[in-house]
Design a protein around this ligand. Structure first.
Ligand SMILES: Nc1ncnc2c1ncn2[C@@H]1O[C@H](COP(=O)(O)OP(=O)(O)OP(=O)(O)O)[C@@H](O)[C@H]1O
Length: 422
């Protein structure tokens, strides 16, 4: 990643905004990596940096007080930009990196694609590659890179556990098999999953069963494909970045395919977007022709609608939720409110209430709509959607979706609530 481009290392002293700074540097088409301020000099030097940025802004408060650059790092003699005060200005960054350090601005999306494809090609050679395709941004972009690199040596497996959103399985097939011409195995495992989930109401248990069953289905499919050499993981940079304040690594819990590489004997794991932030992954996807319905897809939990369908999962409840969710999302897109919320979806509460339709008493489910605004998903506020719009959507859902007669809007922030209901 770094040998073809100039690199700057951001040393994180515990600043909450080290990742934002890294994104700002990369916006200048300059490659950077974030390391804890205590990183050993050989780790820093391995990246062949042309400069260091010390991220210890005032905004970080007491946490970074008294933290000094280790003398051996200072002794490297690299140019240093010390971010003592926040917020930084893009112009300052540019003046330092481009004017003073003469760094090239050539780390572009196109360069990334070209170099990653070439590197994958030379690593994989004539070997076979397996990818677990969720239709999410990360696995989709990995698939596009791998497909461009090795074409039909790549096989993608998509498992439909029956908890996908409306039209998603069809979209995945259309895009990856239809448009890209990939080898895509699409497994309809709805019956299997629902059978195992019968009578289960505890959310943790639901997740566990879905995770276990997922591995089982996936393993069966992989065995059918014969010998496979590489397995692809859609790890992204925030999953592996080491923060300067706890020094710890938070490795993404690939809750769905978690145990797979240990169970099947792969020659290696490929992680082509490991050094990219989510927005950068999205841009790569766009540049490779993946349609917005996938690159703009909202975060979606691994167990899918299962954790938005409270209580026991049944085909009927999931179908009700899928329809209600689709009406809400369509309405948001039509009105252009999609950009006002980071994530929005419907939840099928397990509550039923009395209603009235054509003078007849009904007893139906209550659907909750949730729309939140967040930058980091650690905290979230409620999206301020017009009441007239919400009323319109509620009416549409209650009239069009059989089995629903009441719709509510969740107006709780995170914390104390979470974004998802389970
Ligand atoms: N239904 C599915 N079929 C096949 N693979 C899946 C499925 N759901 C998840 N995966 C695999 O598990 C990985 C982790 O799933 P997770 O739900 O955590 O999504 P993610 O980390 O947001 O990634 P993505 O953006 O690819 O969905 C995915 O990248 C994908 O490889």
């Amino acid at each position: 990643m770094t040998d073809k481009h100039d690199c700057v290392v951001i040393l994180d002293f515990g600043a909450i905004n080290a990742q934002m700074l890294a994104k700002a540097v990369r916006q200048l088409n300059i490659y950077c990596e974030v390391l804890p301020y205590t990183a050993a000099t050989d780790r820093i030097l391995a990246l062949q940096p042309k400069a260091l940025i010390l991220q210890r802004g005032e905004a970080c408060g007491e946490r970074t007080l008294g933290r000094e650059l280790p003398p051996e790092t200072a002794a490297l003699g690299l140019p240093v930009l010390d971010m003592k005060s926040s917020p930084w200005e893009e112009a300052d960054l540019k003046a330092f990196l481009v004017k003073e350090c003469k760094m090239g601005q050539d780390w572009t999306t196109e360069a990334f694609i070209e170099e990653t494809v070439a590197a994958l090609r030379s690593e994989i050679q004539d070997k076979k590659v397996l990818l677990a395709m969720s239709g999410g941004v990360d696995s989709s972009v990995c698939a596009a890179l791998l497909h461009r690199a090795v074409g039909s040596q790549l096989t993608c497996v998509f498992v439909d556990h029956g908890c996908m959103r409306k039209d998603e399985p069809r979209q995945i097939e259309e895009v990856f098999r239809g448009q890209f011409g990939m080898n895509l195995v699409s497994v309809n495992a709805e019956d299997r999953f629902l059978e195992r989930l019968k009578g289960v109401t505890d959310p943790e248990m639901k997740r566990k069963i879905i995770g276990e069953e997922f591995i089982r289905v996936f393993e069966e499919e992989a065995r059918k494909l014969g010998e496979l050499d590489y397995f692809v993981q859609g790890t992204i940079y925030p999953d592996i970045i080491e923060s300067g304040w706890d020094g710890g690594k938070s490795v993404k819990a690939h809750h769905n395919v978690g145990g797979l590489p240990e169970r099947i004997d792969f020659k290696g794991i490929l992680e082509p977007v490991k050094y990219l932030f989510k927005d950068e992954v999205r841009r790569v996807g766009e540049a490779m022709g993946i349609p917005p319905v996938i690159t703009r897809r909202q975060p979606f939990p691994g167990p899918g609608l299962a954790v938005r369908c409270l209580g026991e999962l049944t085909r009927e409840k999931l179908e009700i939720l899928r329809e209600a969710d689709a009406i809400f999302r369509e309405g948001m897109d039509e009105k252009g409110y999609g950009d006002h919320a980071s994530q929005f979806f419907a939840v099928l509460t397990n509550v039923q209430s009395v209603g009235v339709t054509n003078d007849e008493r009904t007893y139906g489910y209550v659907i909750a709509l949730r729309a939140v605004l967040t930058t980091d998903f650690m905290t979230a506020g409620v999206a301020d959607l017009p009441i007239a719009f919400l009323t319109e959507v509620a009416a549409k859902i209650a009239v069009q979706v059989q089995g629903v007669n009441r719709v509510v809007y969740d107006i709780t922030s995170k914390p104390p609530a979470t974004i998802e209901w389970e």
